[in-house]
Design a protein around this ligand. Structure first.
Ligand code: FES
Ligand SMILES: [Fe+2]
Length: 401
C-alpha cells in the first residue's frame, strides 16, 4: 500500500452528492484485511500496540473533570504504564509516572484528593503536587532528615508531557520536553487541522452534562472502526432517521491522526434529541449550524461536535478483548443552570442509548475476529475509506506489514 498524502484528496462519487475520499481502498474489494485478525485477539499484538501506538505521540489520558479540584490525584494506565493525573495548587494539571522515586511503589490505585502532598504508603516519602520530593523521613536515619534542594529535585516524581484541551487531558509518553509551553506548542501543531476547522468553538465554555462508563468486551480498534462506520447507522440506530440522512455524509481525513466524517445537514435531518434547544458552543457560523463533525483523534479519543453539544468517547484498552470507554457529553456553560437540567438529561439519554446499541455489535465483531475468515474481510470503497485510513495508521505504527 502506498503512503497516503494528507489531507487525502476528495473525490465526489455518491449519488447524493457527498464526498468519498481517495483512501487506501481500491474500487474492488481485495478479500484481504488491512489489519490482521490476530491484532484483535493476540496478547503479543496487544503489547506491541501498547508500546508503538499508545506510548508514542499524543494520546487521550482522561478528562479534566476527573481532577477537578486542587489536590485531586487520579490514576490511569496508558500504554501499560501506570500514571497519575494531578491538579496542582497552581491550577496546573500535570501527569506523572505512578512510581515512587524510592522503591517504585505505585502511590495510589484509586482516585484521591490530598492536602498538598501525595504520600507513599511504604516508607512515607511525600511529594508536592508539582512532583518535587517534600519529605523523606529518616532518610539519614534521623527523623527530620533535611533534604538538600538538589536531592529533593533529583528525587521528584517523573513528569510526562501533557496538555489539556476541550475538557480532555492528553499525554505523549515519547516526548522528552515536558515543559508546559513546549507541550502546548507540540499539541497545537499536532491538532492544527482540527483546531482551525473548529476555531469558531470556545472550548473554555464547556460544561459537563454527563459522563458514563462502558466496559466493552471488544478490542479497542473495533470501537474506532464502529465509530467511523456510517454504513451501520440505519440498521443499528434506526431512531436517528431515514436512510437518506445516514447517506448524507462526507469522508474527511485531515491528518494521519485525524480521520472521520461530517454530516453537512445532520443536525437538521436526524431526529430532535431534546424538546428544548440548547445554546450554541460559541459563535457558530450560519453554514455550520446543522453540521455534525465526527472524528477519531488517533488512537483513543472519538469526538462528535454539533453546534450546541460536544461528545467525547475516550477509552483505555485493558486486554486484547476488553476496552473501558468513558463517554462524556458537554454543553455550553450558559446551559449549566437548572433551567436546562431536563434538556441536558434528555441529550445524555439519547446519546447513551446510541452507544448502548453498539455494544452487542462490538461483542460479535470481537467473536468474529477469532475466525480465520476475518483475515479476508472486504471493506467497501463507497463506505469504508475512512476506516481504511484508520487501519492504515494502525498497520503503519504497529508494523503489521
Ligand atoms: S517506596 Fe515509596 S517511600 Fe519507599
Ligand atoms: Fe453505532
Amino acid at each position: 500500500m502506498s503512503t497516503l498524502q494528507f489531507p487525502v484528496p476528495e473525490r465526489t462519487t455518491t449519488s447524493t452528492g457527498n464526498i468519498v475520499i481517495d483512501g487506501p481502498l481500491p474500487a474492488m474489494p481485495t478479500g484481504r484485511a488491512l489489519v490482521p485478525a490476530r491484532a484483535y485477539t493476540g496478547a503479543e499484538e496487544f503489547a506491541l500496540e501498547q508500546d508503538r501506538i499508545f506510548s508514542s505521540g499524543w494520546v487521550w489520558a482522561g478528562y479534566e473533570h476527573w481532577v477537578g479540584e486542587v489536590g485531586s490525584v487520579h490514576p490511569v494506565t496508558i500504554g501499560g504504564k501506570p500514571l497519575l493525573l494531578v491538579h496542582g495548587d497552581d491550577g496546573q494539571i500535570r501527569v506523572f509516572h505512578n512510581s515512587c522515586r524510592h522503591r517504585g511503589m505505585a502511590l495510589t490505585e484509586d482516585p484521591i484528593v490530598v492536602q498538598g502532598r501525595i504520600q507513599c504508603a511504604y516508607h512515607c516519602w511525600s511529594f508536592k503536587l508539582d512532583g518535587t520530593l517534600a519529605a523523606a523521613p529518616y532518610y539519614t536515619r534521623e527523623r527530620r532528615s533535611k533534604l538538600d534542594p538538589e536531592t529533593a529535585e533529583r528525587l521528584s516524581l517523573l513528569l510526562v508531557a501533557s496538555h489539556t484541551w476541550a475538557g480532555m487531558i492528553f499525554i505523549d509518553l515519547s516526548a522528552t520536553d515536558t515543559d508546559p509551553q513546549a507541550c502546548a506548542e507540540s499539541f497545537a501543531a499536532h491538532l492544527e487541522p482540527l483546531l482551525s476547522r473548529w476555531s469558531h468553538i470556545d472550548f473554555s465554555r464547556l460544561h459537563l452534562a454527563g459522563e458514563k462508563k462502558f466496559d466493552v468486551d471488544a478490542n479497542w480498534k473495533l470501537i474506532v472502526e464502529n465509530f467511523l462506520d456510517f454504513y451501520h447507522l440505519p440498521f443499528v440506530h434506526p431512531q436517528v432517521g431515514p436512510v437518506t440522512v445516514s447517506l448524507d455524509v462526507d469522508d474527511i481525513a485531515l491528518h494521519p491522526d485525524i480521520m472521520g466524517g461530517s454530516y453537512p445537514r445532520g443536525a437538521a435531518g436526524k431526529a430532535e434529541k431534546t424538546s428544548k434547544s440548547l445554546p450554541w458552543l460559541g459563535d457558530v457560523p450560519a453554514d455550520r449550524l446543522e453540521r455534525q463533525d465526527i472524528f477519531c483523534l488517533f488512537p483513543n479519543a472519538l469526538v462528535f461536535l454539533e453546534a450546541d453539544w460536544f461528545q467525547v468517547i475516550g477509552y483505555h484498552p485493558v486486554a486484547p478483548n476488553r476496552t473501558v470507554e468513558y463517554m462524556s457529553i458537554f454543553v455550553d456553560s450558559s446551559a449549566a443552570g437548572d433551567d436546562y437540567s431536563e434538556t441536558r438529561a434528555q441529550l445524555c439519554e439519547v446519546l447513551w442509548e446510541v452507544n448502548e446499541q453498539d455494544m452487542p455489535m462490538l461483542h460479535r465483531l470481537q467473536i468474529g475476529r477469532n475466525s480465520p475468515g476475518s483475515d479476508s474481510t472486504n471493506l467497501v470503497s463507497h463506505w469504508d475509506q475512512v476506516t481504511a485510513v484508520f487501519q492504515d495508521r494502525v498497520a503503519t505504527k504497529a508494523g503489521y506489514r
